[in-house]
Design a protein around this ligand. Sequence first.
Ligand code: ATP
Ligand code: MG
Length: 547
Amino acid sequence: MWRMLGLARPLAGWMVIAVACGVMGFCCATGIPVLAAEAALCIFESGALACTLSATVAILTIMAVARGILHFIEQRCNHYIAFRLLAHVRDLVFSSLRRLTPAKLAGADRGDLISTVTADVELLEVFYAHTISPICIATLMACVMASFLGTVAGLLPAVFALASYALVGAAVPMLISRASGTGGQRSRNLAGALSSFVLDSLRGLNEVLQFDAGTQRLDELGERSAQLVKTQRKLRGHAGRGQAATTGLIMVLSCLQVLLCLHLVQTGSINPEGAVLASVATFSSFGPFVALANLGSTLQGTLAAGRRVIAVLDEEPQVVDVSNKDGAHPAFSGIAAEHVDFSYDDEQILDNASIAVEPGQIVGIQGRSGSGKSTLCRLFMRFWDVNKGRVALSGHDVRGVATSALRDAEAFVEQDTYLFHDSIRDNLLIAKPDASDKELETACRAASVHDFIMSLPAGYDTMIGELGDTLSGGERQRLGLARAFLHDAPLLLLDEPTSNLDSLNEGQILRTLTEQCGKRAVVLISHRPSTMSIADKTYSMDSGRVS
Ligand SMILES: Nc1ncnc2c1ncn2[C@@H]1O[C@H](COP(=O)(O)OP(=O)(O)OP(=O)(O)O)[C@@H](O)[C@H]1O
Ligand SMILES: [Mg+2]
């Protein structure tokens, strides 16, 4: 919680304004009935108001309007703080994920991380907009009210009011929070899982229809919805009971204050006017503490979300980037895996694997599915670090090469090409943001995809999203290759680049690779003998061993 508060430090000025407006607003809210009671007492005692009727009405009106304006400013400040902080926290989480990618994001915790980025960060709005300043406002209001009651009715009503505030503003939210338990968290988890299930079902609609699994999917959907409704109903029940208990408690405590004041009048400790003002003030002063009591049902969830966000920020990456200052920037003269052992978790994937690739060479890697071919490329990219041995770029261990230099030296086309919901042009420019149209076209011709792009309605400006799944596997693959050609790195790592292509397109791409081979080295992974035929040398992988 302190770490989360620490993030708000740069916006402390706004928070002070929010708290000040909140306190003044509640002072107005409590002041209106107190002033009205004071006016009534004046008329009752002396038959006339202390000031004229119009002045009294004017003061009451000003206080009522001020109450509204101050509340508005308080809420504006709180939400300004909250959304500025959410943007900042999202930025921090995203930078953190950037550090952790891809090693941590590829693991089993991926779902948790994604839920942290989306739902948990969103939930912090409650903490920053509806928790911090209400606590400060309630604390200050307790002091203001205690001193007011102390002045008009003496020590005892002031102490009783403080105890009542503590009960409503601290004990009740804690009790509600305890009664709700992990219900809030559970409800959010269930809601998250339900939306993933719906999304998954929509994505796999073709498979669902093909295997006639609609009823089964619908049943599961119904079951999950029912579970969510049950948890939410329970949660709302707790919140409703909490609110009813709070209102009841306030009534009881206010009546007790009236009885206490009456008793003090009887014993002559205070005058009747003080008793009336103290009673009225107590009745109308619980607003800030009710706001705290209502936090009870969300408190645990908010704090848990905060803990998860902080945990992501603190997570140690498996591979630490090397800065430009600290790392080497070697000119490319080949890449090699030297006696490399590697395992993702416990299962060993590579066992004493050695491969050398020199400039101008096309090196083929083949082997059965799961033998570690793609893994080797990921180690060349330093997405993971080796357990034993080393990967050397131009003779330098990649752990000592500046990450930007490593990315400049290598272009990796993975088995699945991810295309962003953006235009084809922007999807390609990610590989070289300042590329000219001519360069784009050359890269696309080399990847045998230029003619296809030109046949689309808006050419290079066609949105990928509009095409959706209608883009074929081969078209996506060729766009991935065009990206790699555009990046123009001296080392090309191609993981099954032709698996989805017809022989015509395959032939074009192989021709490009052979033509360009003079200026760059290529690592080519493929199960197709026709693709492997252009390799200058070929390694075979089997059970993590290379021959
Ligand atoms: N992120 C990961 N975490 C844990 N295990 C992984 C991960 N990625 C791959 N593996 C496992 O490592 C082994 C090697 O995977 P890899 O993708 O390198 O195989 P491959 O030779 O490229 O296979 P294919 O020809 O099917 O593409 C597989 O058993 C796979 O299940
Ligand atoms: Mg693979």
